[in-house]
Design a protein around this ligand. Structure first.
Ligand SMILES: Nc1ncnc2c1ncn2[C@@H]1O[C@H](COP(=O)(O)OP(=O)(O)OP(=O)(O)O)[C@@H](O)[C@H]1O
Ligand SMILES: [Mg+2]
Length: 351
């Protein structure tokens, strides 16, 4: 399989800068999610890796070799688009083998690969149907099969599940993950769905406004964001201003113990993230508990598996998610515990 590297890639469309300076090193056999809001440059990045478009500056390497002069058809990349773009007048079988037939691959090999791939994507029984006779998930599997049958060394998928309902999306994610691991194929998967990115990938590249904000494991992106923008995009609701003191963090509502404080020295102005599910909510205080704060419930919302509270602590409001069958009323006095090992510090970009 193939290692894909982007070195200082910049892309301009006229005076508009779509990608600023992208460095990405995708290991052979790795599944990387490109995650970011609409317009951040995800599709542009894929198009340049595939050769459909070229960077204005910087280089793209496959296994260490610059591919800028290698045309699309020789890069051996497979692309699955958001709109499946199946040929409506061709059967499932003909759709899947189309890419091989235009490449002059012998008929015997085409039919061998077809049987194998139909079995993998579980469409053998549907081989003679036309796209209009398939469900969304089946069409998506045809689109994936059509790409995989060409044996690409890099597989790219641009929001392939966006048109599917929630349950089918979950099923297709597991299916894609299994395929990717079975073929050990280097895969770049575009999504603007945080959960999808975390569930699927080995590492997540978070893009905003044409800049790569963070490239890390799902765990790292979720629990150890480098900056406020990534923390917020990954759903962190409690981001607290503070100043690092001796062994603690001074905030507007309390002095908190924070473990070792990481790389931040005393006096550093920082942001602290405490995820809403990391905070414990109690009706009675516990003797000697660390980082225990008293507060009052402002709002309570029921979400099935969790109850989401907004709790007022001094002038601050903290979001707390509780797995509990009991739902506390607004105005109930409560105690919050913020485990010191769940307080994550990152630089205050403005400070
Ligand atoms: N050919 C082009 N000419 C001019 N601007 C372009 C062109 N292609 C893309 N852009 C701009 O570059 C930016 C990035 O576009 P891109 O399609 O990569 O976004 P994206 O992250 O894939 O968004 P989405 O999630 O909506 O698909 C957008 O602001 C877009 O308008
Ligand atoms: Mg796009």
């Amino acid at each position: 399989m193939t290692q894909v590297q982007l070195n200082a890639v910049r892309k301009e469309f006229g005076s508009f800068v779509a990608l600023e300076h992208i460095d990405l090193d995708i290991q052979s056999g790795e599944l990387v999610a490109l995650l970011g809001p609409s317009g951040c440059g995800k599709t542009t990045t894929l198009r340049m890796i595939s050769g459909l478009d070229n960077p204005t500056n910087g280089e793209i390497l496959f296994d260490g070799n610059d591919v800028s002069d290698v045309p699309v058809r020789d890069r051996n990349v497979g692309m699955v688009f958001q709109r499946y773009a199946l040929f409506p007048h061709m059967s499932v079988e003909k759709n899947i083998t189309f890419g091989l037939r235009v490449r002059d691959i012998p008929a015997s090999e085409v039919s061998e690969r077809l049987e194998e791939i139909l079995d993998i994507v579980q469409l053998t029984a549907f081989r003679d149907r036309f796209p209009a006779q398939l469900s969304g998930g089946q069409m998506q599997r045809v689109a994936i099969a059509r790409t995989l049958i060409t044996k690409p060394s890099v597989l790219m998928m641009d929001e392939p599940l966006a048109n599917l309902d929630t349950n089918l999306r979950g099923e297709m994610r597991r299916f894609i993950r299994e395929l990717q691991q079975r073929f050990n194929i280097t895969t770049i998967f575009v999504t603007h769905d945080q959960v999808e990115a975390m569930e699927l990938s080995d590492r997540v590249a978070v893009l905003f406004d044409g800049r790569l904000e963070q490239f890390d494991t799902p765990d790292g992106i979720y629990h150890r964001p480098d900056k406020t923008s990534v923390a917020k995009f990954m759903g962190a609701s409690n981001i607290i201003d503070g100043v690092v003191g001796d062994g603690g963090l001074k905030t507007a509502f309390a002095d908190l113990s924070i473990g070792d404080g990481g790389a931040f020295g005393a006096g550093s102005q920082v942001k602290a993230m405490v995820r809403s599910e990391a905070i414990r909510l109690l009706k009675e205080p516990e003797a000697g508990a660390q980082n225990q704060l008293s507060g009052t419930i402002r709002t309570a919302d029921f979400f099935g598996a969790t109850v989401s509270y907004v709790v007022q602590v001094g002038d601050y409001e903290l979001n707390v998610d509780e797995h509990s069958t009991e739902m506390l009323e607004p105005d109930t006095p409560v105690y919050l515990q913020l485990p010191s090992d769940r307080i994550w510090l990152f630089p205050d970009e403005k400070g």
